[in-house]
Design a protein around this ligand. Structure first.
Ligand code: ZN
Length: 388
């Protein structure tokens, strides 16, 4: 199958072995999952389904970033413990994905369960001279890494802008280079409960080291494919690569596949803008297959503006498909199945899947469908996640 690889900006042959390791950056559990999240994770779910259809065993790891600054802030606002908030939101997220017929993951590691391994990785980086202390904190020294920035290919100016916007601190005084990123936050305030006693002292890991460590622990390196939203290309994934390389793992992932955002009111859905559409709300009025199919109106590399009328279009199309299913010919069912498989193999071309379903929905026949035709349609539903 062909997929579009981020660092090379090329369609590459994705031909993994019998066991496929996929790591995708998951949610920070402090607010409900919106459609942009679902769109991202559905992309990897479709990939997983097609790989399983081809006979692979897929080990998909989707982490839970339960050690991250926004959780502490939100928990303080709500007056609850950050652990309670993270647990609550993680459970809600998992229930939404189950309702939306997502395939089970191989693991959903929580950052808080890997603190010792993260502290050990940071200790190794300090010992190797690739990291340094600044007050109570520890930073990765990007001046030691000549290839820093190669993965994203962004200009220095853009890297600084994204780092500022996406949780970094390029202007902090005392850093060796503005793009040096946090590996460890020292926490001396005993009232701050989001801290662990480790060989590095009391504190918590930075966001980037969490994924490097969990991916390496669970999948080994290099694994087959690394994913996430395209806003993670820089700094998050660039930093993951820098750390893993410095830790002696020259290649983190063989292929990188990033998903573009779903916009609403012209902007990326985001908590700060308040332009969110929540999956849990859509599930009140719409079947899971309808929501999934409406998101297939967008290709993962382009995303696009959320249009609620796509839900009506998806509902109508699924009705036509279901009517055609009862009386379709074996040839029509076989054509649909081969088209869906070919579309997924062609860089997860969900537009082509829509066309294939429309063509199938327009086929008319008289006799009841044979068992073999029904079997083909069951495979199609499995490929697309239309069982709920
Ligand atoms: Zn990550």
């Amino acid at each position: 199958m062909k997929l579009f690889d981020t660092p090379t900006q090329k369609y590459v042959d994705f031909t993994p072995g019998p066991v496929v390791g996929i790591y995708t950056c998951g949610i920070t559990p402090y607010d409900s999952a919106h459609l942009g999240h679902i769109f991202t994770f559905q992309t990897y779910d479709l990939l997983q389904r097609r790989l399983e259809d081809k006979g692979h065993e897929v080990r998909l790891v989707r982490n839970i970033t339960d050690v991250d600054e926004p959780i502490y802030k939100k928990a303080a606002e709500l007056g609850i413990s950050y652990i309670e908030l993270a647990e609550q939101e993680t459970a809600l997220f998992q229930s939404v994905l189950t309702q939306l017929d997502f395939r089970p993951t191989y693991a959903e590691p929580r950052a808080s369960h890997y603190i010792d391994q993260m502290a050990a990785a940071v200790t190794q980086l300090v010992a190797g001279g690739q990291a340094y202390r600044l007050d109570d904190d520890i930073y990765f020294d990007t001046t030691q890494d000549v290839s820093f920035g190669d993965f994203c290919g962004f200009s220095d100016r853009l890297q600084r802008a994204f780092m500022q916007k996406r949780g970094g601190d390029p202007s902090r005084a005392g850093k060796r280079h503005p793009l040096d990123f946090l590996l460890w936050r020292g926490v001396s305030n005993q009232q701050d409960l989001a801290a662990w006693d480790t060989a590095l002292g009391r504190g918590r890991p930075g966001w980037h080291i969490e994924c490097s460590v969990m991916a390496g622990e669970l999948l080994g390196t290099p694994f087959d494919l690394h994913g996430g939203g395209d806003d993670l290309i820089f700094p998050h994934h660039e930093c993951e690569i820098a750390q893993s390389t410095a830790l002696g793992q020259p290649q983190l992932a063989k292929t990188w596949l990033h998903v573009a955002p779903i916009l609403y009111a012209g902007e990326k859905m985001s908590k700060s803008l308040g332009n969110l559409v929540f999956a849990k709300d859509l599930l009140q009025d719409h079947a899971a297959a309808v929501i999934r199919l409406s998101l297939m109106k967008y290709h993962y590399r382009t995303g696009g503006e959320w249009q609620p009328e796509f839900l009506d279009e998806a509902t109508a199309l699924l009705q036509k498909v279901s009517a055609a299913e009862a009386t379709c010919t074996l040839a029509a069912s076989a054509l649909l199945l081969s088209e869906v498989r070919a579309a997924l193999d062609d860089d997860l071309d969900t537009h082509r899947i829509w066309h294939a379903l429309e063509d199938f929905g327009a086929t008319a026949a008289g006799d009841p469908a044979t068992e073999q035709a029904a079997g083909n349609l069951t495979i199609v539903k499995n490929l697309l996640g239309f069982s709920n």
